[in-house]
Design a binder for this molecule. Sequence first.
Ligand code: GDP
Length: 141
Amino acid sequence: MERTLSIIKPDGVEKNIIGEICKRFEAGGLRIVASRMMHLPAERVGEFYAVHRERPFYADLVGYMSSGPVLVQVLEGENAIARNREIMGATDPADADPGTIRADFAASIDANVVHGSDGPETAAQEIGFFFGDNGVCPRTR
Ligand code: GDP
């Protein structure tokens, strides 16, 4: 059993496809164990994406992710990190496999609908960043 951090980005929230996206997570064997809508200030997004600070797209990424509310969630399941990334599709929607969230809904590499942790260490760090030590609710049912 593994946990991963998911964010439905401002374009996904604006398109009102939260239900469609969560349906795909659930159909893919993932269960939601934490969920919160937040409008993040630029400073907080900058911290979250600090690993990309030197990249040319960093300012655009921070501006975009702080431009509207996002739905931050923790997903749990077998191989949840890889499973979520399969469901999301490639970062650039032009490269995403048919039937993935990004292939079906993303307009560009910036507005690509969803974020998902890329490894166990990042997942633990990202879950802690948003939900602390006790913000995740175990799925006893
Ligand atoms: P992810 O794990 O698939 O979300 O991709 P990364 O963690 O590598 O990058 C974080 C986010 O930055 C991506 O989801 C994109 O929105 C954006 N991004 C990544 N690479 C590029 C790029 O080469 N150009 C632009 N404009 N944005 C990028």
